[in-house]
Ligand binder design. Structure first.
Ligand code: 48F
Length: 314
């Protein structure tokens, strides 16, 4: 046993094994055995600090890993059934999530990418500046986002501050954001959209044949932006008729800024029992125009859909 501690200490140091010389006058008698033991103990004491560090370091590794795993599983277990499941952490989804959480609802957001924030980060053509209309000042204040007056009723801000402010505000309000998780299907039970089917984004990207998991929800919000992926699943896969002129997805129209901004808010609505759309997803579903790098409509769409969901939820 003494030998293994000594060996452990020596190996830990990363040095060659240091031999411990026995009593040179080793006679094999009682005194000699006592002397040898004393020499071994001295050697062990010399390494006791290293031995302590070794044990502590091992525990630290275990502690860090355990803390991460337990924390994640607590979050996920807590969200197996939620009031509102939101697909996509763009500006409209984050504002909706914030308002719903502030109203006391349990909200989980599933974001395909590693970084939530959707189309905000890149500003316009990667110039990381964003423009909004001045009537959204109260929303910017809710999220403590700085802005500057750009004249003619417009405000401008740094897109990185805008994106990170929306994300932080939502998290701080109690929203659970699961990043790198894609919504790949819906739960459709008793003629109602009742949840989302989720899978790690990298698993999907790797083309692995892995079954997903299910989150049930009283309401599902499609905040997936231009492709309105959840509404597409509802109409094409589940054959649900949604609340549009055609009963299906009408498709986004080209750029017309004023019209796009107005229609984003008009098109923000409940599509069918249990399913709602906000932001560019709402515009794609109902055939609105696109509007480019102006984000006031997205923020107001998030607020509007939160109100509608709150009215519908028991
Ligand atoms: O597109 P996005 O930012 O959503 P939005 O709230 O805002 C639109 C504006 O950013 C901009 C615009 C306005 O000026 O035209 O585009 O409508 O964010 C949508 C988020 O949804 C994620 C995607 O990665 C993005 O971050 N997403 C898309 N499909 C899925 C998804 C999915 N199936 N599962 C999870 N997340």
């Amino acid at each position: 046993m003494l030998f293994s501690i000594w060996l452990g200490c020596s190996l830990y140091e990363g040095a060659e094994i240091i031999p411990i010389e026995p009593d040179p006058d080793n006679t094999g008698g009682r005194e000699s055995i006592a002397l040898n033991t004393g020499r071994y103990l001295k050697q062990i004491l010399k390494y006791k600090n290293l031995l302590f560090l070794y044990t502590k370091e091992e525990k630290m590794e275990e502690k860090i890993t355990k803390t991460i795993i337990q924390g994640y599983f607590e979050k996920l277990s807590d969200c197996l059934h939620v009031d509102v499941a939101i697909a996509g952490a763009g500006p409209s989804g984050l504002v909706a999530a914030f308002d719903l959480a502030k109203a006391g609802k349990k909200v989980a957001v599933f974001e395909r990418k590693l970084a939530p924030g959707g189309g905000v980060w890149g500003g316009g053509m990667l110039f990381n500046e964003v423009v909004v209309q001045e009537d959204v000042i109260p929303i910017l204040k809710d999220f403590c986002i700085n802005y500057r007056d750009a004249g003619d009723g417009y405000l401008a801000m740094d897109s990185v501050e805008f994106a990170s402010g929306l994300i932080y505000g939502a998290c701080h309000a109690g929203v659970r954001i699961f990043n790198a998780v894609s919504v790949e299907d819906i739960v459709f039970k008793g003629n109602k959209v009742s949840g989302v089917v989720i899978l790690w984004t990298p698993v999907g990207l790797a083309g692995m044949h892995v079954d997903p998991l299910v989150i049930t929800a009283k309401a599902v919000l499609d905040g997936t932006g231009h492709p309105s992926e959840i509404a597409v699943l509802a109409t094409k896969k589940a054959g649900i008729k949604i609340d549009t002129k055609t009963g299906g997805i009408m498709g986004e129209k080209p750029m017309w800024v004023e019209s796009g901004e107005a229609s984003t808010i008009e098109n923000t609505k409940r599509l069918c029992p249990g399913l709602y759309a906000s932001g560019m997803a709402a515009n794609n579903v109902s055939g609105g125009f696109r509007m480019g790098p102006i984000f006031g409509g997205m923020l107001k769409s998030g607020k509007k859909i939160a109100r509608i969901i709150l009215e519908d939820l028991p």
